[in-house]
Design a protein around this ligand. Structure first.
Ligand code: NAG
Ligand code: NAG
Ligand code: NAG
Ligand code: NAG
Length: 582
């Protein structure tokens, strides 16, 4: 009897031990905005110093073919959080616009979507989003916060619901400059001069009333446009803590410092329970900024300074995990939401975009430079250090990977496009589970990547490509981003085919003469695309014109309208001064 008892006790002890050892890991998921794969030391940059991120790569697994599900912020982030192509959640545009540019739109990530944060929270995790959201805010009235991060499973939120824009910082110009430049001023001037001349000659009679009417109309339109641009930062660049607006418009210069302080506090507060932190950097999107200790420190202007500040912040997070003895039990991930925004040239003509390395194109295109992003995962003891994985992986893979580790089942009431990364990262399998990846330009299937199970090729076929401008560029300087609608693209039939394993820079399309399996490869890709399309179900369009436009009744405002909604409650908390700024 005594022996049985002891045995029972031993089993109990063992199972407790196992439970403790296999206790749920924590997650720190970091996403940089618009950072290029060529900007990091660990991806081959020799002049931009990113020692902390490089260290993450040394101690973890580096993915060299990590693919963002979309080349624009809103759809890419929707896919990241849900593990699904954004077309499944309606987070894709059918017109030129593919992202939200107003805080007070009614579109956003629908509540029927399940984020990894919501599942982690149900599994007992403390969950926090610090930084950029860009997936909507309100539905029907200001303050309903139906699309707010808290409605999607984050207990804690400190950040911006929209995105950083040129307009959010004085002196950086406006994203609407393009609209202004598109007003046919010359044509208008010539028209007016001609009318005046004809009037003078007596061919037409322009009455004083007509002249006044036209001037009044032009004045009103111009006045409204100026008022709109002038008030844009107040209405759209706002910082929230939880459901409260704490700064409107936000001050960006010390924002990464404040976000880092907030993240460190979150980690300290939750060190004795499982947590999931999504640290979503506002840098290195334009308008570029860096706090004083980083200004002028890089060899690459304000862009390089911003990357260095992000790297510093990553270092602070790692140091905090070490200090709390949580390194061994925390899966750390770092990525970028898409490639660099190559069209970003500042009002002073300075290059404000990142670097795609050997890859072609950037943000807003499905050329590799637009979607191949850094992907680093570190989890000492569980993942090998210094391992490099060249297989295709997706930012959608984080969803099933995280969900499984929280102990929850993968939702089976919907298609999940991501794949659990752990077997690949741990070397239990050699091959990516993604035989096909579908590359969307907004709502349009732009290209397909095929990784056949029995060869080393990585085929990529483009059904259309964006029209670059100027023609010798690999970007769309005339429209500031490349658009996906018919007027802005060239269709290809047969599709343009590349083998990325031989031509990662997508420089020379294959032909039946240069590639014997040309036709059969395209046939396989076409039928995969057909099967994929058949698996899609229609959903409400969250980026329709109605869901994109500025709706005054949804406008968040933290003071009175006469004060243009401005307030600054955050700095009254006192400055956060992280100790180890270099
Ligand atoms: C740190 O955590 C590990 C388990 O992850 C544990 O074995 C070790 O005792 C801890 N060290 C301290 C100083 O708490
Ligand atoms: C490093 O990154 C900077 C900034 O994007 C870029 O200008 C530079 O060309 C890159 N250098 C290398 C060697 O890749
Ligand atoms: C790979 O398999 C497919 C069909 O399963 C076959 O058509 C193709 O020839 C194979 N390719 C190689 C390189 O073995
Ligand atoms: C592209 O062409 C324009 C003129 O057509 C020229 O000014 C520019 O230097 C060219 N750029 C490159 C990278 O060749």
């Amino acid at each position: 009897m005594k022996a049985v008892c002891s045995l029972f006790y031993l089993v109990l002890l063992l199972s407790r031990c196992v439970a403790q050892h296999g206790s749920k890991p924590n997650f720190v998921l970091m996403m940089v905005d618009d950072m290029g794969i060529g900007d990091l030391g660990c991806y081959g940059n020799t002049t931009l110093k990113t020692p902390n991120i490089d260290r993450l790569a040394r101690e973890g697994v580096k993915l060299t073919q990590h693919i963002a599900a979309a080349p624009l912020c809103t759809p890419s982030r929707a896919a990241f959080l849900t593990g699904r192509y954004p077309i499944r959640s309606g987070m894709v545009g059918y017109n030129r616009m593919g992202v939200y540019i107003f805080t007070s739109t009614s579109g956003g990530l629908p509540n029927s979507e399940v984020t990894f944060a919501r599942i982690a929270k149900q599994q007992g995790y403390a969950t926090s989003l610090i930084g950029k959201w860009h997936l909507g805010l309100n539905c029907e009235r200001s303050g309903d916060h139906c699309h707010h991060p808290i409605a999607h499973g984050f207990d804690h939120f400190y950040g911006i619901t929209m995105t950083n824009m040129r307009d959010c910082q004085p002196g950086h110009g406006s994203v609407f400059d393009n609209v202004y430049h598109h007003i046919p001023r010359k044509t208008l001037g010539v028209g007016l001069a001609t009318a005046a001349f004809l009037h003078y000659l007596g061919f037409v009679t322009v009455t004083r009333r007509m002249a006044l009417g036209v001037s009044a109309l032009a004045g009103t339109v111009f006045g409204l446009f100026s008022l709109f641009v002038y008030t844009y930062p107040n209405f759209n660049c706002l910082l929230m803590r939880g459901h409260e607006i704490v700064e409107q418009p936000f001050v960006s210069e010390d924002l990464t410092q404040r976000m880092t302080g907030e993240a460190v506090e979150f980690l300290e507060r939750n060190s004795d329970r499982p947590f999931l932190l999504f640290l979503s950097f506002v840098q290195v999107h334009t308008a570029l900024f860096a706090s004083p200790p980083f200004r002028g420190r890089s060899q690459h202007g304000p862009y390089g300074d911003a990357v260095m500040e992000v790297d510093w912040s990553v270092g602070q997070i790692m140091q905090t995990l070490e200090g709390l003895n949580l390194t061994e039990n925390t899966l750390v991930y770092l990525t970028s939401d898409q490639g660099p925004h190559l069209e970003e040239i500042s009002v002073h003509g300075e290059v404000h975009s990142g670097w795609s390395g050997i890859y072609k194109g950037g943000k807003s295109t499905n050329w590799e430079g637009g979607i191949r992003v850094p992907g680093i995962l570190r989890w000492p003891g569980m993942l090998p250090g210094g391992k490099i994985v060249d297989e295709p992986t997706s930012n959608m893979d984080i969803f099933p990977t995280v969900v499984k580790l929280t102990g929850a089942p993968i939702p089976n009431d919907r298609v999940i496009d991501g794949r659990d990364l752990l077997p690949l990262l741990r070397g239990q399998v050699e091959r990516s589970d993604h035989e096909f990846l579908f590359h969307y330009c907004n709502a349009y299937l732009n290209a397909v990547r095929w990784r056949p199970v029995n060869s080393s090729s990585i085929w990529k076929a483009f059904f259309f490509t964006p029209n670059f401008y100027p023609e010798n560029a690999t970007a769309c300087f005339h429209t500031f981003v490349c658009f996906c609608t018919e007027e802005y693209v060239t269709r290809h039939d047969p599709p343009l085919l590349f083998d990325l394993s031989r031509d990662p820079s997508e420089s020379v399309p294959l032909t039946p003469a240069t590639e014997p399996s040309f036709h059969s490869v395209l046939e396989t890709i076409r039928s995969a695309a057909r099967r994929h399309a058949e698996g899609l179900t229609p959903v409400p369009n969250q980026i329709s014109f109605g869901n994109l436009m500025w709706k005054p009744w949804l406008q968040p405002c933290c003071s009175s309208l006469s004060q243009l909604c401005s307030c600054d409650r955050d700095h009254q908390r006192g400055p956060q001064s992280p100790d180890s700024i270099p």
